[in-house]
Design a protein around this ligand. Sequence first.
Ligand SMILES: Nc1ncnc2c1ncn2[C@@H]1O[C@H](COP(=O)(O)OP(=O)(O)OP(=O)(O)O)[C@@H](O)[C@H]1O
Length: 226
Amino acid sequence: MLRAENLTKRYQQGEKEVVGLQGFTYAFPPGATAVVGPSGSGKTTLLNLLAGLDLPTEGGVYLGETPLHRLSEDERAGMRLKHMGFVFQQWNLIPTLTAWENVAFPLLLAGWPPARRRARALELLEKVGLGERSHHLPSRLSGGEQQRVALARALALDPPILFADEPTGNLDAEAKEEVAALLFQAGQARTLILVTHDLELAARAERILHLKGGRLWREEVPEKAP
Ligand SMILES: Nc1ncnc2c1ncn2[C@@H]1O[C@H](COP(=O)(O)OP(=O)(O)OP(=O)(O)O)[C@@H](O)[C@H]1O
């Protein structure tokens, strides 16, 4: 379980102090939680703090009993590799590696032997419907396909927590639907935290957190179509 307690981030901008996030307290249940809010409301700040990519000014992030904010940078990187997957708007695939090599990359970092890495990567690409494209370089894949490779890569080590930051932002309607379906499917058995401006996408989550001016001002349970 991922939990934030009084999470606060202030940035120094010259003489001025800017509030990125203020007093954010929330325990993320399993399933999908969307985070929405206007530009500058603190969404990226929150994601960076929850993932231990940045450290809070006050408060903390707990992964189970582990205070993430008290760990060293290397320890936090280790926690990310083991417990968290990431899907961003820009899919950030390594351009010189094929689809399966990209998916296998976290497994390489985790020390898996070559044959197991390849088998796991191919299995994941099958699951996202890209079994036939496993030997293609990213440049030969469409945007939607690249994002599905990125999702397969995020799931390579079967992380209990999945972060997605505007994952369908660059996609056309059809590719968006494919990626969204796979994302929410992956989110069912883990904690999915989805940052988005897309309210239609957010409404597919089990709950929506609304941020404004760095504060959590509303938690909404969207109505589901019957
Ligand atoms: N590194 C930084 N240095 C100074 N101020 C920052 C920094 N990062 C964010 N901020 C400020 O913190 C506030 C929250 O920014 P944040 O990027 O978290 O918002 P956001 O909701 O993700 O916005 P967007 O939807 O535009 O990505 C803003 O006022 C922003 O200017």
